[in-house]
Design a protein around this ligand. Structure first.
Ligand SMILES: [Zn+2]
Ligand SMILES: [Zn+2]
Length: 345
C-alpha cells in the first residue's frame, strides 16, 4: 500500500510500505476512505514531538471500511463503515473505565501517527477496535463525521465542557483556526449571549463570523469589547485555542472573577500564570487532552441536523496527492485553508 511517512524533521513522503497486519486479536484492518491532516501533524514535521520516530506513518483523523477483523472482535464485521477516533481506548484500565481514555494506561490514548502507524495511508491497523471506533449510521457521509475524529470533540470537551459554558455567558475563543471554530460551534449549543473570537488574522476572523461568532476582534481590541459586554467584569469563559504563552496569558487576564479559563492549545513553551492576581478571583484553569467520549453525543447532533462540520473543509484531494494536501494545509496564510480532505479514488 501507499502511506504518508515521516522521515525526521522537515521530511515526509508518500511512498510504498508493507500492508498492515492484525497483531492482536482485538485489532481490525481498515481501508481508509476519507482522512484529514491536523495541525499536530505539522508540529510533528517540525520535530516538536520527538516520540514520533522516522519511518512512522502519520495521521489520526479518518473514516474507513473494515476489511479484516482479529479473532477476538465480536461486535464489528467486515464491511462496517467506522470513524477512527484519534484516541484509542483499551476499555479496561482505570482511566478508560472513568471516561478518560486519553490517559489510557494499557497502550491506548493518542497513539495513531504518534506511537503506532497512523491513518494517512490506504490501510490502517486499528487496535482496541471495539472500544475505539464508532459505526457510522447509514445516510451520513464520511465528511460529515470526519471532524469527530479529533477537532470537534477536542474543542467541545477541553474547551466548552471544561470551560463550563452556560446560557447567557460571554465566551471568548482565542484563536480562530479549525479547533477555535469548532469551539465556537460547541459553545453556541449552550446559548451564550456573546461569543467573541480573537485572532490577529483577518481571514480567520471572517471564518469565525461565518461559524457563528457574534464578534471577531484583534487581540488588541478584545479587552474593551469584553469589558463592554460584561459590565466591566470580564469573560465568563475564556477558551485558549492557539497554544502560545501570549494567548494563554490573555485568557487569564480577561476572565471575570468566578470564571473559567479552558486551555485547548498544545503548548511547547512555559506560560506565566499570575497567581498574585488570580488567587483571590475564584477562577478555574483547566487543561485537557481530548478523550473523544462525546463522539456519540456529537454524532447525534449531526444526525439531527444540529451540527454541520462539513464547512470546515476548504480543499479536497485524492489520497495519492497527500503531499500537495500538506503543502496547502501548511500554507494556510496564503491558501486560506481550514481543513483539507483526502479521499480514496
Ligand atoms: Zn488532530
Ligand atoms: Zn485504557
Amino acid at each position: 500500500m501507499h502511506a504518508l511517512v515521516y522521515h525526521g524533521p522537515g521530511q515526509k513522503s508518500w511512498e510504498q510500505v508493507p500492508d498492515p497486519k492484525i497483531q492482536e486479536d482485538g485489532d481490525v484492518i481498515v481501508q481508509v476512505d476519507t482522512v484529514t491532516i491536523c495541525g499536530t501533524d505539522l508540529h510533528i514535521l517540525k520535530g516538536d514531538v520527538p516520540e514520533v520516530t522516522p519511518g512512522r506513518i502519520l495521521g489520526h483523523e479518518a473514516v474507513g471500511t473494515i476489511v479484516e477483523c482479529g479473532s477476538g472482535v465480536r461486535f464489528l464485521k467486515k464491511g462496517d463503515r467506522v470513524l477512527l477516533s484519534c484516541i484509542s481506548a483499551c476499555g479496561r484500565c482505570r482511566y478508560c473505565r472513568e471516561g478518560h481514555p486519553g490517559q489510557c494506561l494499557n497502550g491506548g490514548g493518542w497513539i495513531f501517527g504518534h506511537l503506532i502507524d497512523g491513518v494517512q495511508a490506504e490501510y490502517a491497523r486499528v487496535p482496541f477496535a471495539e472500544t475505539s471506533t464508532y459505526k457510522i449510521p447509514a445516510g451520513i457521509s464520511d465528511e460529515a463525521v470526519l471532524y469527530l475524529a479529533d477537532i470537534m470533540p477536542t474543542a467541545y470537551e477541553a474547551g466548552v465542557l471544561s470551560g463550563r459554558v452556560q446560557p447567557a455567558d460571554v465566551v471568548i475563543v482565542v484563536g480562530a483556526g479549525p479547533v477555535g471554530l469548532a469551539a465556537i460551534l460547541g459553545a453556541k449549543l449552550f446559548t451564550p449571549t456573546h461569543v467573541v473570537a480573537v485572532d490577529p488574522a483577518e481571514s480567520r476572523r471572517k471564518h469565525a463570523l461565518s461559524f457563528g461568532a457574534d464578534q471577531a476582534v484583534t487581540p488588541e481590541a478584545v479587552r474593551d469589547v469584553v469589558g463592554d459586554l460584561s459590565g466591566g467584569l470580564g469573560a465568563d469563559v475564556a477558551i485558549e485555542a492557539v497554544g502560545i504563552p501570549e494567548t494563554f496569558e490573555q485568557c487569564a487576564a480577561l476572565v471575570r472573577a468566578g470564571g473559567h479559563v479552558a486551555n485547548v492549545g498544545v503548548h511547547g513553551k512555559p506560560a506565566v500564570l499570575h497567581l498574585e492576581d488570580l488567587w483571590i478571583k475564584d477562577v478555574t484553569v483547566t487543561t485537557g487532552l481530548v478523550d473523544t467520549v462525546t463522539i456519540p453525543t456529537l454524532l447525534r447532533l449531526i444526525q439531527g441536523g444540529k451540527l454541520d462540520l462539513t464547512r470546515m473543509t476548504t480543499h479536497r484531494f485524492p489520497l495519492g496527492k497527500a503531499i500537495e494536501a500538506y503543502e496547502t494545509f501548511a500554507d494556510a496564510a496564503r491558501t486560506n485553508a481550514l481543513k483539507v480532505v483526502l479521499q480514496r479514488a
